[in-house]
Design a protein around this ligand. Structure first.
Ligand code: PFF
Length: 458
């Protein structure tokens, strides 16, 4: 263990930083629309099962690997399995960090632009007019320079926080932003529930409709459980590497999963109560956030305030996730190459920003990088990371523990810090086996779909 490795200042700080990574754009634009459209409460039951079996097993596994080795992913796998190919699982994580942050930073920039638009009353003319809101959004994201300027701001902030270090940057900012996200979302959810007709949004989100729960919804729930808890690319290995031996890793992981899920549900309540009360369309993904909401908020009394609150909290959620991604890359260059934190962050934060500029261009604002997989570069990055890189990384992490490191060695590190709590190694093993098998099937299903044009299930 390196003598001067940075450490978290407190247990709470670590939990807030890890849940800050988990709670991101995915919680706010993916979970609510997925649940609403795929059987409401029925989807949520499946999602909870995925997150409690697969999500929990892999979060704990990443924490254990990080804390044991006190290293970021590449070094961690190298230390536990010297002179083997397992270090490539670590490299896959660093590569995934590049891929995800390049498009995530672009979306972070869009959010920043929407805060400013909302504050300056720019949504007022979009009231009730989704067509106009859609034109504004499309014109913005397909223009050349404007999205890049906002993206640069967003990435600049990430770089600023990461340069400040683990305790003085990541932990400090997560401790401010995470409670604020919960409070602001709570305020928006109460506002939505007290609107006439708002409760219809709650039933859209939570009423179990088993007839709408298709096989593809189950596959969706599993895939999302990786992205939403930031798994499979070593973020939690990196965050775990700044821990001391006193932390109970199982309860910490349960906290992260609980906060991630609770905030996703709260976001769903805040969004759908408002959308249903004002007769909006419960659309999916970016359209829900950047088109429907800007046309819905100005119809409320004090709409400028509600819109601004929403985009500020979304911005904070995006920032606490983006910094965790940048930390994976930074920690690699510090641990493996001996670089200073400042040099690693500036150089690779810069490289990722440049890749992000091409993601933004690919949406129409310049160089049209289509052709590869038949989608814009921006979508390719999203597709590669969420469909392949994260699930493969997570599956290999589970296999690594089962086949290479060994469950008994793993249990020794896992049990450190949880004295008094009984945990059977067979149960841990079963959870890891189920996770590896289920994820292997999902990846196979996706590849089969690409080759055969139809999925085995879904
Ligand atoms: N968990 C984040 C979200 O739900 O938006 C996304 C993410 C962050 C994925 C960090 C992976 C990661 F390492």
């Amino acid at each position: 263990m390196s003598q001067n490795r940075e450490q978290w200042g407190s247990k709470l700080g670590f939990i807030l930083a890890a849940s800050g990574s988990a709670v991101g754009i995915g919680n706010i634009w993916k979970y609510p629309s997925m649940a609403g459209q795929n059987g409401g409460g029925a989807f949520t039951i499946i999602y909870l099962a995925c997150i409690l079996i697969v999500g929990l097993s892999i979060v704990v596994a990443e924490f254990v690997i990080g804390r044991k080795t006190q290293l970021s992913p590449v070094g961690a796998f190298e230390q536990l399995a010297p002179n083997t190919n397992w270090k490539w699982v670590g490299f896959l994580g660093v590569a995934a960090a590049f891929v995800i942050l390049s498009f995530y930073g672009v979306v972070g920039g869009w959010i920043l632009k929407y805060i400013i638009d909302s504050l300056s009353g720019g949504f007022t003319e979009l009231a009730g007019n989704t067509d106009a809101a859609s034109v504004v959004f499309n014109e913005f994201i397909t223009s050349t320079f404007s999205p890049i300027i906002y993206q640069l701001f967003f990435m600049g902030l990430c770089i600023f926080v990461i340069i400040k270090g683990v305790k003085g940057g990541i932990e400090k900012w997560s401790k401010i932003m995470m409670p604020l996200i919960v409070v602001l979302l709570g305020v928006l959810a109460i506002r939505g529930m007290t609107l006439e007709g708002g409760m219809a949004g709650i039933s859209f989100l939570f009423n179990p409709r088993f007839e709408d729960l298709t096989a593809s919804a189950i596959v969706l729930a599993l895939g999302h459980s990786f992205f939403t808890v930031s798994l499979g690319m070593g973020t939690m290995i990196t965050y775990g590497s700044y821990l001391n031996k006193k932390q109970n890793l199982v309860t910490s992981a349960l906290w992260v999963i609980f906060l991630d899920t609770a905030i996703a549900m709260l976001a769903g309540v805040a969004i759908f109560t408002t959308v249903f009360a004002l007769g909006g369309n419960p659309a999916e993904g970016p359209g829900l956030i950047f088109v429907i909401l800007p046309s819905v908020f100005p119809q409320l009394a004090g709409g400028t305030l509600w819109g601004t609150i929403f985009f500020i909290l979304l911005f904070m959620a995006a920032l606490t996730s983006a910094i965790s991604i940048l930390e994976v890359v930074t920690a690699y260059f510090i641990d493996q190459k001996g670089w200073s934190r400042k040099k690693a962050t500036l150089q690779f934060g810069g490289v990722i920003t440049i890749v992000g500029v091409f993601c933004s261009f690919s949406l129409g604002g310049g160089i049209n990088i289509t052709g590869f997989l038949g989608m814009p570069f921006f979508d390719v990055m999203d597709y590669l990371s969420s469909k392949y890189m994260l699930p493969i990384g997570g599956m290999l992490t589970a296999i690594f523990i089962l086949k290479k490191w060994g469950i008994s060695e793993y249990m020794i590190e896992l049990k450190t810090g949880m004295e008094g709590m009984n945990l059977s190694s067979s149960l841990v093993k079963i959870f890891l086996i189920i996770s590896a098998l289920v994820v292997a099937f999902i990846i196979f299903n996706e590849i089969y779909f690409e080759i055969a044009g139809k999925a085995l299930i879904g």
